[in-house]
Design a protein around this ligand. Structure first.
Ligand SMILES: *Cc1c(COP(=O)(O)O)cnc(C)c1O
Length: 394
């Protein structure tokens, strides 16, 4: 709850609502403070602050149970987790990825001099278009990284078939998809491995953190060593490794937030439907949907703006909301292919990615999570209505 984020007015007839404090996308959810502080005290008493401490072990075990995956490896963040996982799988050369994702998906590959090959998306799902993948495979291709954007599972089954057919490694960037399912099975158990992010802006956080989930024991063992400099025992280094370890204080936050997971999801769910109700019938504004037959975390309220129908562009709408202290965000604008170094490496990629180009001009996110009140959401919906029907100058 953020008591300062109150607003002056929200009735339809009076002056337009305006928030006194900025309302942000991705304001962190924080579980029970006493439980967290008690754990931190235990940690200090033990003087075991990092290096596979008891909280990290407990978190990994709880994650294994929750996700139904044999191996869960806690990491310092999802970016390093992606780097280590791709390296442990022996990916090299070229790896096929969607361009409509957070830039870390591509950077984790390029950091190791693996070329991310951008495959256009399906505008209905926002995910990599499985029908386009096979035409992008070359003799240098070693893998595919699917992204479960917004927590909605990408085309897991088709990607799995394509990877098997062409003997490619397959991992999923599941940074958005903690607590979500595909075909009734928790995300975490698909592909060679899946990688979650527990960054503060994700609905479940460990301050910063990440997790690799895999049913492949051999791969898991390799990742465990690689995230600890390649040490096997006290003096014996058997791989090139790096430092990908999660600290105890981060695991303490994770264990604490795990106890509030249902509440976080419930809040996101309620907020999401409040927005849908408040925005229903507005021309040119659609809220992306979640499959109610699956488990979802509802952490993103994603709008697609059709400029012609709405009479206002996505960018003007975001700008007008910012002027009222609603910090709506364009995600993942303008797409990885238009960020460096990819923009320079592939100067013509815009022409090859028309669906991504179009979607990147249409998508925006609204604030949600436990820091946002239902009355804030009602006021935001009133604001958007007024911007669209022109009574607030955009
Ligand atoms: C947040 C995010 C990441 C990176 O996660 P970190 O834990 O911050 O490194 C990677 N991919 C996607 C899709 C993300 O949203």
């Amino acid at each position: 709850m953020n008591p300062n984020a109150s607003f002056d007015n929200m009735t339809e007839s009076s002056a337009p609502p305006s928030f006194k404090e900025k309302l942000h996308v991705g304001r962190p959810n924080v579980g029970n403070r006493e439980a967290l502080l008690a754990r931190i005290n235990d940690m200090l008493d033990r003087r075991w602050l990092t290096n596979n401490g008891p909280f990290v072990q407990e978190l990994e075990q709880k994650m294994s149970e929750f996700l139904g995956v044999r191996n869960c490896i806690a990491m310092c963040n999802a970016t390093i987790a992606l780097e280590i996982t791709t390296r442990a799988l022996g990916m090299s050369g070229e790896v096929i990825v969607p361009p409509f994702t957070f830039v870390a998906t591509a950077h984790a590959l390029q950091w190791q001099e693996i070329t991310p090959v951008f495959c256009d998306i399906d505008p209905t799902t926002h995910h990599i278009d499985p029908k386009k993948i096979e035409s992008m495979i070359t003799p240098r291709t070693t893998g595919i990284v699917g992204v479960h954007l917004w927590g909605r599972p990408c085309a897991v089954n088709t990607l799995t078939e394509i990877a098997a057919k062409h003997k490619l490694k397959l991992i999923f960037d599941a940074a958005h998809a903690f607590g979500c399912s595909h075909g009734g099975r928790m995300i975490g158990g698909f592909g060679d491995a899946e990688v979650f992010s527990f960054h503060a802006t994700k609905f479940f956080n460990t301050f910063e953190g990440g997790l690799v989930a895999t049913d492949n024991d051999e791969l898991a063992q390799k990742i465990r060593l690689m995230k600890n400099f390649g040490f096997e025992g006290y003096d014996n280094v058997i791989y090139i490794g790096t430092n990908g370890k999660m600290t105890e204080i981060c695991a303490a936050m994770g264990l604490t937030n795990l106890e509030s997971l249902d509440e976080f999801i419930q809040t996101n769910h309620t907020n999401y439907y409040r927005y849908r109700q408040g925005l229903s019938g507005l021309p040119g504004v659609s809220v992306i949907e979640y499959n109610e037959a699956e488990r979802n975390n509802y952490q993103y309220v994603v709008l697609e703006i059709d400029e012609k129908m709405a009479g206002v562009s996505r960018d003007r709408l975001v700008e007008a909301l910012h002027a009222k202290n609603v910090i709506a965000r364009r995600y993942f604008y303008p797409g990885c292919h238009r960020m460096e170094p990819y923009r320079s490496y592939f100067p013509h990629s815009r022409l090859l990615l028309p669906k991504t180009e179009r979607l990147a001009r249409r998508v925006m996110l609204l604030p949600t999570g436990t820091a946002v009140e239902l009355e804030h959401i009602d006021a935001i919906c009133v604001l958007i209505k007024r911007i669209i029907n022109g009574s607030i100058l955009s």
